[in-house]
Design a protein. Structure first.
Lengths: 126, 368
């Protein structure tokens, strides 16, 4: 299994073969506040790098979720739809968002490693 | 122009506040614990709200003042007892709401609490309507602190003796650090509670005492979820100059006697709306499932006809479900009417619901 990579939109992605698990980062949940609603892409749907792939809502506002790579959705995490608070509690493990079959592994190259992401999220402030 | 900081700014900061600009003020939207925890601690214990951005207006006047205020507001002010509070509206001739406010009869005049975003225009309008006959002071020296929740009375009583005797929507003067401060039993959360008007210089120490006695600071985020669960309107969202109190379903706040007597601004319009009905009215709306319908969400009937719009919506942490309010055509305003809400291009079922979404039995003797 490859190392975890991160996008500038605050998603994390873990690639195993050609299957990627995607979720949002701890930093993202801290910016969003208490999450009370999650909408996930449907199984079988195709998503495009940096395109919409779901929605999260806090008590204050709705925010789009983007996918850091293109692919076909093969699984989504119903447990966070039923209990959105899980996203605040364990965003980078149990509360993954969806799994997809990646179309082009080279899309991973532009993503950040942990160190780069930490620096990025610190600099982007808020 | 830089946003104004309240006297509690440093204390907010110490408690990990995230600030947002609100009506020209720098206000805490939440503290380090987060909106849901803050909401729950208000419902279960006691929450402290810095509402110092709101306008605290004192109008000084003799017996003629109440009569002249009755030419403006649809409340019974001439008959009001000393220290009695009334919820009322500042309106135009068409009964459009300029502001919703609380008027309290005090020694030597009336106190009026105004919305932050409206207070300066309200002041100018009221001076004009009262023809500058009375001294009017829009205080900049006073903070306004609310404490709300089931433990509010017990906590505040420890610091200020006698507050537990106050009745709901009544106020009185209390002694605190050899000063007279004015406290009303009222609030904006659906909980029992108080609003304390206190000198800016004393505000921080006072709030620290409330915290030491077990209350916690609550930001604007939880204030919004609390008031929405309680079915209370937010000015500029659930009501504005294009809506009347009748359309806002707040006709209860207009005295029947005053409608009979007439003589206040907007009276004719209110009368005709009560007689003939209104075409749109504010209702509670409960989405099915977990979908959240926010302000400006379109509402449809079962035949896919647009029948209205959401004016406030969020997730209610105590009702554990999404809650909303909005305006619908009168024909669709009956409780349990099925409607649809368009969220991100998809229509989701919802029902017209009773307000409030969250009901609490008030402390005995407090709600008379």
């Amino acid at each position: 299994m490859s190392e975890v990579r991160y996008s500038k939109k605050h998603e994390w992605i873990k690639l195993d073969g050609d299957i990627a698990v995607i979720g949002i980062t701890q930093h993202a949940t801290e910016m969003l506040g208490d999450i009370v609603f999650v909408e996930l892409p449907e199984i079988g749907s195709s998503v495009v790098k940096d395109g919409n792939a779901g929605v999260v809502e806090s008590t204050k506002a709705a925010s789009d979720i983007y996918t850091p790579v293109s692919g076909e959705i093969i699984e989504n995490n119903q447990s966070i739809v039923d209990d959105p608070a899980k996203v605040n509690n364990d965003p980078e493990n149990e509360a993954w968002f969806f799994k997809l079959k990646i179309t082009d592994k080279s899309e991973m190259d532009s993503l950040m490693n942990k160190e780069e992401y930490e620096k990025f999220s610190k600099e982007s402030g808020s | 122009m830089e946003n104004i900081k309240t006297a509690l700014y440093n204390l907010h900061q110490k408690h990990g506040a995230k600030f947002v600009p609100f009506a020209g003020y720098q206000m805490p939207i939440q503290y380090s614990t987060g909106i849901i925890e803050e909401h729950k601690s208000t419902r279960e214990n006691a929450g402290i709200f810095d509402v110092s951005h709101m306008g605290q207006l004192f109008i000084k006047g003799d017996d003629t003042l109440a009569k002249n205020l009755e030419k403006i507001f649809p409340a019974e002010l001439n008959k009001a007892k000393l220290n009695q509070s009334k919820y009322s509206f500042l309106m135009n001739e068409e009964a459009g709401i300029y502001d919703d406010l609380i008027i309290t009869k005090v020694e030597g005049g009336f106190n009026i609490v105004l919305n932050a975003a409206c207070k300066n225009t309200d002041f100018k309008l009221l001076s004009k309507l009262l023809e500058n006959k009375y001294e009017m002071i829009l205080s900049e020296e006073l903070s306004l602190i609310a404490i709300q929740g089931p433990k509010a009375v017990e906590i505040l009583e420890k610091i200020i003796n006698g507050v537990s005797d106050l009745k709901f929507m009544n106020g009185d003067t209390f002694n605190y650090l050899k000063e007279n401060i004015y406290i009303t039993r009222s609030g904006y959360t659906g909980e029992d509670g108080f609003e304390i008007s206190i000198k800016n210089d004393d505000a921080e120490v006072f709030v620290q005492k409330l915290i030491d006695e077990g209350a916690s600071l609550i930001g604007l985020g939880a204030r919004d979820t609390l008031r929405l669960e309680a079915g209370l309107c937010l000015y500029g969202h659930d009501m504005d100059v294009n809506k009347s109190p009748v359309e806002a379903n707040l006709k209860w706040a207009i005295s029947k006697n005053r409608i009979l007597e007439g003589g206040f601004i907007g009276c004719e319009k209110i009368k005709s709306q009560i007689e003939k009905g209104v075409s749109k009215i504010r209702v509670g709306i409960k989405p099915e499932g977990r979908i959240i319908a926010r302000e400006k969400t379109s509402i449809f009937n079962e035949d896919d006809k647009n029948i209205g719009e959401i004016t406030s919506g969020t997730f209610g942490p105590s009702v554990q479900a999404p809650v909303a309010m909005g305006y619908v055509e009168n024909a669709f305003s009956k409780i349990d009417t099925k409607v649809f809400l368009e969220v991100r291009g998809k229509k989701y079922p919802a029902i017209i619901s009773n307000l409030p979404f969250y009901k609490k039995s008030y402390v005995k003797g407090a709600n008379k």
